[in-house]
Design a protein. Structure first.
Length: 178
């Protein structure tokens, strides 16, 4: 356990130091540090990504009662999961294609706008996806748009990821937090 604590401390210190770098590199450094931290926790627990859940969001299998009482074992929040697993699937792919302020999707009425490079890019994109899932539409609608699987409400930019693909399943797992 001491090795895990040392690894976590090292990863967090690296994230802080790297975040002092240029803004365009800061988000990437934090995302990489978050991913490294997630992998360290998963390795220490002998689990894969699907086994660690946010105690305040959808049904976890990582131990405990899913109400935060998990015997002191770390849990991954929806935001940490988004940063480590989802953000690289949607940025820059969806951003550069359409989902940017003033972009094609906004002109067509989409309310999912992705932020470009900047100090708070990952956090702002997490908030945009969270709000889309919880306030604007739903996780089901988001997945339909990604797979372009609803002929009554097609995704204007065609299919992003095929239903059942690894990227689709990762985003589906993120929607389970809500």
């Amino acid at each position: 356990m001491t090795a895990l604590k040392n690894r976590v401390s090292g990863v967090l210190c690296a994230a802080v130091l790297l975040s002092l770098a240029t803004p365009s590199h800061a988000d990437e450094a934090i995302q990489n540090a978050t991913s490294a931290l997630l992998k360290s926790v998963q390795t220490a627990r002998g689990l894969d990504t699907t086994a660690i859940k946010d105690p305040n969001g959808g049904g976890g299998t990582g131990g405990g009662d899913n109400g935060g009482n998990n015997g002191g074992e770390p849990t991954v929040t929806a935001e940490a999961f988004f940063a480590a697993e989802v953000h690289n699937l949607i940025y820059p792919r969806c951003y550069s294609a359409c989902h940017t302020a003033g972009g094609v999707s906004q002109a067509q009425g989409s309310r999912l706008i992705i932020e470009g490079p900047g100090v708070n890019q990952v956090t702002l994109n997490f908030q945009a996806f969270r709000d889309y899932i919880t306030q604007i539409a739903s996780g089901e609608v988001l997945l339909e748009k990604i797979a372009n699987s609803n002929p009554l409400s097609p995704h204007g930019g065609a299919q992003v990821y095929a239903e059942g693909s690894q990227p689709y399943n990762t985003i589906a797992e993120f929607t389970n937090y809500y």
